[in-house]
Design a protein around this ligand. Structure first.
Ligand SMILES: [Fe+2]
Ligand SMILES: [Fe+2]
Length: 296
């Protein structure tokens, strides 16, 4: 089925609509009633910790974006400055307060830009590399936002089953409504670059190589301790029953844009590999009951 042609105009309209439809969620709008905190903690405590931390890392994502895309255009700036950051930071603050209401430790977001990103950023001063960095950035955004959508859907179903209506209706549902718009922004932006042949074949080739080498699941920051935590999220949400199906969901955009020429491959194998690695690290650590390692 031929896909709609994505233009800069369409992306700009999408961003404007998101800003109008979804103002950042205020902390005051939350009903903090929790019926059975112990049960919520045992089922979703770890997942909520993980999500709160990742949402609060939005400020590092902004720094990364500025490092990677020094020549960022107006629509992108409007998206991250007026829509995305203000929404995500509220997700983080609201989830962080929820986890503290549940008696958990406050989140400790990892706010340092990695050395790898700085290197890529230095290279991105060269225009052709910046285009590669930009496509990688959009693909990362699409993949991580998709993971957020799936996680919030799972948690919401679980919390409703537990009868935790206040958390479901005043926290998870409003957050969950904002994530698909973020996903759509990244998906449209990446699609536009490929549809308009903004990258030459060698640049696309380099994008594939770098993507394969540097793929990370949401919030893992290429660090083993976070990968193990993510393994715990995958297990707690019951996604480990069908890791391949989950990889297919999460990798749909890049499968279409980068790997459509590969016969017999229906999702990028590095995604499944990352999922398996996370679950293995989680199990090796002894699940969630093992003490946290003393050093970070
Ligand atoms: Fe979010
Ligand atoms: Fe998001």
């Amino acid at each position: 089925m031929p896909r709609q042609l994505i233009t800069q105009q369409k992306i700009a309209e999408h961003v404007q609509r998101l800003g109008e439809l979804y103002p950042p969620i205020s902390l005051d709008s939350v009903d903090r009633t929790i019926k059975r905190p112990d049960l919520v903690v045992s089922k979703y405590g770890h997942v909520l910790d993980y999500l709160a931390r990742v949402e609060l890392e939005v400020d590092r994502n902004i720094l990364e974006l500025l490092v990677l895309l020094p020549d960022v255009v107006d629509t992108n700036r409007m998206f991250y400055a007026d829509v995305w950051q203000p929404q995500e930071i509220q997700h983080g603050l609201i989830l962080d307060r929820l986890q503290q209401d549940l008696g958990r430790k406050p989140a400790e977001p990892h706010l340092e830009v990695s050395f790898k990103i700085k290197i890529l950023g230095a290279l991105a001063n060269l225009k052709p590399i910046q285009e590669v960095a930009k496509l990688l950035y959009f693909l990362t955004g699409a993949s991580t936002e998709r993971q957020a959508v799936l996680a919030y859907n799972q948690i919401n179903t679980g919390l409703k089953e537990l009868g935790e209506d206040a958390i479901s209706e005043t926290i998870i549902t409003p957050i969950k409504q904002q994530e698909p718009g973020h996903f759509a922004f990244y998906q449209m932006s990446a699609t536009k670059m490929v549809q308009h042949n903004e990258l030459k074949p060698w640049q696309l080739f380099l994008t594939r190589v770098l993507r394969e080498k540097s793929y990370n699941l949401v919030g893992t920051n290429a660090m083993d301790k976070y990968k193990a935590d993510m393994g715990g999220v995958v297990v707690d949400l019951g996604l480990d029953d069908d890791l391949a199906g989950y990889a297919r969901e999460v990798g749909r955009v890049e499968q279409r844009l980068l790997w459509a020429h590969r016969q017999g491959m229906d999702f990028p194998p590095y995604i499944l590999k990352a999922l398996r690695e996370s679950v293995e690290l989680y199990l090796e650590r002894g699940g969630l009951n093992a003490p946290e390692p003393a050093t970070a």
